[in-house]
Design a protein around this ligand. Sequence first.
Ligand code: SAM
Length: 386
Amino acid sequence: MANSTKKFFTDPQRVTSAIKTKIVVEYFKSWASILWGVVKSNNRPHLRYVDLFAGTGKIDGVKSTPLLIMEHVISKPELAESVGALLNDLNSDHIKQLEENLKALPGYETLKRPPRTRTGPVDEKLVDIFTKSNNVPSFSFIDPFGYKGLTLPLVKALVSGFGSDLVLFFSFDSINRAVSNKLVKEHMNALFGQKRAERLHAVAKGMRPDEREELLIEAFIEAVTEDLGYEYVIPYVFEKEDKDRTSHYLIFISKHSRGFNIMKDIMYKESQDKTQGIAKFGYVRQVNAEKTPLLHLMNTPLSDFGRQLCADYAGRSLSRKALRDDFDKHYPRNRFVNKNWRDVLSELEQEGKITCKPPRLERKVQKGEVTFGENTVVTFPAEEKK
Ligand SMILES: C[S@@+](CC[C@H](N)C(=O)[O-])C[C@H]1O[C@@H](n2cnc3c(N)ncnc32)[C@H](O)[C@@H]1O
């Protein structure tokens, strides 16, 4: 086992790794509860958790993602009955330790579908298996050290079935090095699609590191949304702990707005930088609207958001909820959570740019703030007041 790999599981868990696990486990809990509601009337309700780079289940003795997810499954009788897990790792020692750790979980014997483990690389064979068996709603986690095994066909296969969502670890540092390295071009082709990978190879050379970051993440979002047609993507960025540089992203991918909105709330809570209350999920630098429109869409400040609403909805009246639903339909990848909606509309109301029913003076006050309920009706003037 390479020393760095071994250290990952024996050194104290890094803060970033703990946040990654928290986001994934919290999302799994919501996903499983919603999907259980959908499959419970089936003859044999079945949900699936797929973890292809599962590791040992513990980092420095502390339970990590696969163990925490299975612990949650055990704690809910309906999930213990319906969730099947497929846990894979290249390293047979990791799988052996994982099996032992799983069996030591109190209540393990209540699982109707004990987790299936597999030792092997994440390769085309596995992609084939998932492509053919996408009839069970699945939540998948792809958490490699580098980029080997992370391919668009894999992403496609794991998200293609009904109710299936995915979180993946995008190792920016290693992918950034790899786009310039001809020796690993097959991996980059598999990750970005051949034409896009060739373009990246050609243009990335002379760029500053921050420009390359925007370019690469934008290219991957573009591949997922345009080539695969999976509309709902959220990149959550992790900075290097010691430097002002990005080391990796956690990327959420879904076909549906419901999961997207849940994940936005989870990532919002885990985001430190909330300029004007709007989270830069993790940390995202100022991005360029023309060069990287997909990323830019996720970085609109609150003041721009207010201006955009006044322009887009001039002359219209609708409730806060109807407004958000409509906006989300038109801008499916926006990152605004309910708090942002309450804030931006309150601000516009106080600036006299919109009128509301019931008006401010007639609404409840909570914790010193006037509330902005989802049924409050907002009217935008026909032309934005200057
Ligand atoms: C970052 S760790 C996973 C940590 C785990 N997700 C957690 O939260 O505890 C990456 C794992 O991928 C495994 N791995 C490395 N290359 C692999 C490959 N090609 N196929 C499958 N697993 C691989 C390593 O053995 C390691 O256990």
